[in-house]
Write a protein that binds this ligand. Structure first.
Ligand code: G6P
Length: 593
């Protein structure tokens, strides 16, 4: 978590830093700060989002060397002292940091022995002082960086200003992302391309253990062996990383309403001229494996539940699905020839990076499904498939979830060379569009009715259960209502004890095989006083159902009608007056374990 920007030689550094940090808010937004060189190092920082920084920064900044940071607290609560940039004791060096230093305690002991004291509770303040200590010792920043790199454990993307090096930004990276934007007469750096995309479309991606510096004319990078390297220039697509709200009041609403386009784009990217377009080796590996393991966190884990069931049902392959943070510390590899599918919208989730390192060490073949080209995870897996969903800014994931499931369905189709899946997916687009056109008002009405409850239940079976899990998570995340999702059949084995007069129970019925069992489950909760809202498909509906949608193949619930779940969470949050796109305590990119 945490977002970083830096610039040298740019015309309006204040504007770049403020706008850039705003674009990186999805990485954290509890405090923010900017540091720059202007007759010494100047730092402005405070609690609150980057927007607030505009109020405390001078309107004119005379510098050509600036760094900025938006924070999601790890070491030390959100406070002005703990905000970045952090400055060294002799005010020679300041830096911004994304990541977590695991041997912070040892570094602190070392620095204390050398006479250092600290103003904050952060691991970052230790790093800046460690760097200053070795800079004084070697009188050379490159040597100091090499030494500091050899000491630091954990993850770090560091962007550094030094009083003795005006017009230069140093950097060092491991585990957390750092991208350089190559300009003409200026150079930029940031956690991702979005702050830089209006200035350049040429980027240089740093690998783990890389370090180096930029000035307005040069980019110089050294690799893990400290040898200077010529990194390739990558070109990024402006459209896919645009932060334009396009007239919507919130990113979440915009992103929900992009789901139909995302599904269409996925289908046309992975199925052309009546053929699936996937790497032949990937399909061969999937076919030859006797067990496919899925790993993900949060929403991506929910997508993996759907993916696993699809592979079991459609391809007859045995699967297991794990929450990445659970698997990472007790890894198991079922089967003789396992294959691992990691799912991560951001491609940066620390829990998954941990898993990836275990998988790599065991030389197990793996696939990453992600929405972020060039992400950290893609560097450690055998194959990567892109979701092409366009940048997702709202912390609550919506279009990426639908895309993950759609892509998994396409993959299942490709393994069997079954074109029907493509037709089924194309069919969901109409369902999604209809929901957008006709159901927003009724969903907002449900939101109005449930918004003041402390608890909500979601029920479904099979694919509708997986969707229920996601619907429940979404509601929790942005409306702060306690919510649970259960398989319809499991309710009577415990949770039914919680059903009481007026408790909202939201039920999905889109699977013909389980529809009548679900109707019985509805009677069970109704007779205990629950207020039931039923979402069903036309063929399975009864007139009293709350929302009735067009028919679609039941295994595609998470693509066809996930927008209902997302709208519901959106409207509840909106009606409660919360910040829909930036719920408290969360961040979109979770780079700590
Ligand atoms: C965070 C986000 C969730 C997301 C999860 C996994 O918890 O708030 O929305 O589902 O991380 O993220 P990933 O980028 O790995 O899909």
């Amino acid at each position: 978590m945490c977002g970083i920007v830096g610039a040298v030689g740019i015309n309006n550094p204040r504007d770049y830093a403020l706008k850039g940090l705003k674009m990186l808010e999805y990485r954290g937004y509890d405090s923010a700060g900017v540091g720059f060189l202007d007759q010494g190092i100047k730092i402005y920082k405070d609690v609150g989002s980057p927007e607030h920084l505009g109020d405390i920064l001078p309107t004119e900044i005379k510098t050509d060397t600036i760094i900025g940071h938006t924070r999601w607290a790890t070491h030390g609560m959100p406070s002005k002292e703990n905000s970045h940039p952090h400055i060294s004791a002799q005010r020679k060096i300041a830096l911004v940091h994304n990541g977590v230093i695991e041997n912070a305690h040892d570094i602190k002991v070392f620095l204390k022995e050398k006479g250092y004291s600290f103003y904050s509770k952060t691991d970052t303040e230790l790093v800046v002082n460690l760097l200053e200590y070795y800079y004084f010792e070697y009188k050379d920043m490159i040597q100091a960086l090499i030494k500091v790199r050899s000491i630091l454990d954990g993850s770090y993307a560091l962007v550094i200003v030094s009083e003795d090096h005006p017009g230069t930004l140093f950097m060092l990276k491991k585990g957390s992302p750092l991208l350089i934007g190559k300009g003409n007469g200026f150079n930029l750096v940031a956690s991702d391309a979005s702050p830089m995309i209006n200035f350049t479309n040429e980027f240089v991606d740093l690998d783990d253990y890389d370090f180096g510096y930029i000035n307005k004319d040069e980019i110089r990078i050294f690799d893990k062996d400290s040898k200077e390297v010529n990194k390739p220039i990558i070109h990024k697509d402006v459209e896919l990383i645009s932060h334009d709200l396009k007239g919507y009041p919130h990113y979440m609403l915009k992103e929900i309403e992009e789901i139909d386009e995302v599904v269409k784009r996925l289908v046309s990217n992975y199925y052309q001229d009546n053929k699936y377009i996937f790497d032949d080796n990937l399909i061969k590996d999937l076919k030859e494996s006797d067990h496919i393991m899925f790993l993900g966190c949060g929403t991506s884990y929910h997508a993996s539940l759907v993916g696993g069931r699809l592979f079991e049902n459609i391809n007859n392959i045995s699967t297991s699905k794990y929450i990445a943070s659970e698997w990472a510390f007790h890894p198991t590899f079922p089967g003789q020839k396992p294959f691992v599918i990691l799912i991560s919208q951001s491609g940066e989730t620390a829990d998954l990076i941990h898993c990836m390192n275990v998988i790599k060490e065991k030389k197990i073949r793996s696939l990453l499904i992600t929405n972020t080209p060039g992400c950290t995870l893609s560097k450690g897996v055998t194959y990567t498939l892109q979701l092409y969903a366009g940048v997702e800014i709202s912390v609550a994931s919506t279009k990426a979830y639908a895309a993950q499931v759609a892509l998994l369905a396409l993959l299942a189709g490709a393994i069997n060379k079954d074109p029907k899946i493509v037709e089924d997916l194309k069919g969901t687009v109409k369902v999604i569009e209809n929901i957008q056109k006709t159901l927003k008002e009724p969903i907002a009405q449900i939101a109005e009715e449930i918004k003041d409850n402390e608890h909500v239940f979601f029920l479904g079976r099979s694919f509708d259960y997986f969707l229920s899990l996601e619907a429940s998570l979404k509601l929790k995340e942005i409306s702060y209502i306690h919510s649970e999702a259960y398989p319809g059949g499991e309710l009577k084995h415990g949770p039914i004890a919680l059903i009481k007069e007026g408790l909202p129970v939201i039920v999905f019925i889109t699977d013909p095989i389980t529809a009548s069992s679900m109707r019985s489950n509805i009677e069970e909760v109704k007779s205990r006083g629950a207020k039931v809202y039923v979402i069903s498909t036309k063929d399975l509906a009864i007139p009293k159902d709350t929302l009735i949608v067009e028919n679609y193949p039941y295994y595609l619930s998470s693509v066809a009608i996930s927008s209902i779940a997302f709208y519901l969470a959106y409207y509840v949050s909106l009606k409660k007056g919360y910040n829909v796109d930036k719920p408290h305590n969360l961040a979109k990119s979770v780079t700590v374990e």
